[in-house]
Design a protein around this ligand. Structure first.
Ligand SMILES: Nc1nc2c(ncn2[C@@H]2O[C@H](COP(=O)(O)OP(=O)(O)OP(=O)(O)O)[C@@H](O)[C@H]2O)c(=O)[nH]1
Ligand SMILES: [Mg+2]
Length: 244
């Protein structure tokens, strides 16, 4: 699922496997039944067969776009993979340097005693100029084109939140301007590194409230992770969660 079938000559999108299903890319010619088809009780080894018509021929490109519900977008080293490892069963590589994640990782988040689940993608870190090919470029951004919501993950050890968020937005929207319209939340990670964590958190959330809703967390120390997941339910999946 998530694979797009593209005609290599015309670059036309032939089919998009948004759901499980079947699609005939090139139809075989009519006829062409082999000799076993003509086997019967009296004719155990028929020596004849039917010649068939030519079938269709096509050169195609199969392009996989992951179908994640939510995409985690952040600068390198913000803690995206750490968060994924805490809220899903995924085991992405985590390390204290940029570009640890080279290809997107997917995980499944279970909610409400598993009555509701969604997929979340941790994509490689985005750097300035990514849309012009810097860093790992943006080719992996195709994996978030179809998300229903974006979780921006900012690194609390750098308080230039406005600049960092705008860098991510610019690069992302450069790639696909539709991503601008997508619902989002901002998680501010690594708050465990702050002194006077509680009062400082209040101060920061207030100072940057114009950026959008900011949820202070520590992925590594499991601070406010439940709060974040609850807000994600409300902001991204209101239509899906029944009885809440
Ligand atoms: N103190 C602290 N460190 C954290 C926290 N979350 C992640 N880290 C550390 O930050 C570093 C980067 O974490 P990753 O999860 O690999 O970051 P990433 O965003 O996936 O990085 P890339 O894949 O390179 O883009 C690691 O050393 C983590 O242990 C946190 O909440 N608090
Ligand atoms: Mg990573």
């Amino acid at each position: 699922m998530g694979t797009q079938v593209i005609d290599k000559q015309t670059m036309e999108l032939l089919f998009d496997f948004e759901n499980e299903g079947e699609f005939i890319i090139a139809k075989g010619g009519r006829g062409g039944k082999g000799n076993t088809f003509f086997k019967s009780a009296t004719l155990q080894a028929p020596k004849f067969s039917q010649s068939g018509e030519e079938g269709e021929e096509k050169n195609i490109i199969l392009s996989l776009k992951l179908l994640a519900d939510i995409g985690i977008v952040g600068l390198p080293n913000a803690g995206k993979s750490t968060l994924l490892s805490k809220i899903t069963e995924a085991h992405p590589k985590i390390a204290n340097y940029a570009f640890t994640t080279l290809i997107p990782n997917l995980g499944v988040v279970m909610r409400n005693e598993e009555s509701f689940r969604y997929t979340i993608a941790d994509i490689p870190g985005i750097v300035e100029g990514a849309s012009r090919g810097h860093g790992l470029g943006l080719s992996f951004l195709k994996h978030i084109e179809r998300v229903r919501g974006i979780l921006f993950l900012l690194d609390g050890s750098n308080l230039e939140l406005e600049q960092n968020l705008s860098l991510l937005r610019v690069e992302m929207e450069e790639y696909n301007t539709n991503l601008k319209e997508r619902p989002f939340l901002i998680a501010l990670n690594k708050i465990d590194l702050w002194d006077n964590e509680e009062s400082f958190t209040k101060e920061i959330v207030d100072k940057f409230k114009d950026l959008g809703e900011i949820i202070p967390i520590s992925a590594d120390q499991n601070i406010n992770i439940d709060l974040l997941l609850n807000r994600m339910d409300e902001v991204f999946f209101k239509d899906k969660i029944i009885g809440n």
